[in-house]
Design a binder for this molecule. Sequence first.
Ligand code: AMP
Ligand code: MG
Length: 489
Amino acid sequence: MKKSNLPSPEIARSVNPPIPFRNTYASLPREFFSPQRPSHVPDPQWVRVNAPLANELGIDAEWASSADALQVFSGNIIAPGSQPIAQAYAGHQFGNFVPQLGDGRAILLGEVIDVYGNPRDIALKGSGRTAFSRGGDGKCALGPALREYLVSEAMFALGVPSTRALAVVTTGEIVRRDEDFAGAIFTRVASSHLRVGTFAYFAAREDLGSLRILLDYALARHGGGSAMGLLEQCITRHAALVAQWMSLGFIHGVMNTDNCSISGETIDYGPCAFMDAFHPNCVFSAIDRQGRYAWSRQPEMAQWNMARLAETLLPLIEEEIGDPLPAAEATVASFAKCFNDAFLERFSAKFGIVNDPQNSELISSALRLMASQHADFTEFFLQLTAVAEAGDRTLWLAAFSDKSAANEWLDAWQDHQPNAAVMRMANPILIPRNHLVEQAIQGGYRGDFSLFHRLTEAWKNPWQPEHNDLVFATPPLPHEVVRQTFCGT
Ligand code: AMP
Ligand code: MG
């Protein structure tokens, strides 16, 4: 990397009112992070700032869209009170352990206490090289920044635990990938950036002292009470999270342990995607060649991640209860029941039927029907809800070429006297369809952010969209279908 002769970021004295930063992570021992100022960028320009989220974080919404804020969210100015750092972590990437990953293109500016009294991290993504960048440039192209903004905010509106999007700015720089792209900086908000990989980082170094400090920090931040309690809480939250993803047709795409949060929030919107046509083996990520993180494999992989978390916690659990293995193994095994219960609950609601394990076969047979006839996942449930409401099955049937198999399944389902009101609440009308995300990104690269803004607004109301936004409910036309997604890193 060429040494930049641009000025290093100024400490702002005039930012008023400042973001009320605390820096609890920067107060941990130096093994946990590396101090890191963001790189200077030549020409920061606003794409969007999330005023309601700023308010929630106790940041004045008017300030949040000011010229000072633009400098802060581009990394050119460090707000008073912020001690920017890059966090250390490890991770299993597609199953292979990498003992040091860390924030290679992210910088934690600090934490704030939100209006609900909860600590929230504010971090820049794409603000230049850090001690953990390895061969990378630490930058972010505009496309991935827009994707993360759109999808993470849509996930929030859909009720899915998720990191949030506070801002996107363009930098005036070119980011070199396989092509040249406009550069951007994304401001991410998370209830913390603790990952399974953060524990793995210290466990791999057999640094028990740091593991204890990390555990105490995680307990203070996320509760759980003990190492065992933290593991149980993580397992319950991730089992519920994956069931919720699957109920929306969401495929995370890169469920490595460094992208698996201790808080149970969805984190890292790299190659993620929502399915159009349903298939359990559906994969979008260009780098997931084995289908490790396919739609239907997500519970197994989340449980695998939880087993890796349990391993890192063993010495700490041992300090609490003696022989840690039987309890840890039983807890990891409990993921399966937690997930199955959560999956059944979500899908029973989607079908408007009673939450009863005896109904599992009706659900499975519907998924087989959808897969064999390439039915659009979201549309299937919306048309099914319409059948529950009005009784007419014509529109629902239109998605199937083998009408007799579809009719047979529908008869069986109707015997359950489905509850249409429950279905309405469980089946969103809008999801962030890939082709729309892709069109918004392409618009952004042309300097036209109108679709990006329109989708951001539309996806705030996935259950009851404005009439004008119903155009975004339609599945893609054959030439619009997006089959592959890329991290863009
Ligand atoms: P991800 O697959 O996005 O979760 O990233 C995996 C690891 O690669 C993390 O340690 C990232 O910080 C790092 N990384 C990704 N993109 C870049 C980049 N452009 N420059 C430096 N590090 C990166
Ligand atoms: Mg990551």
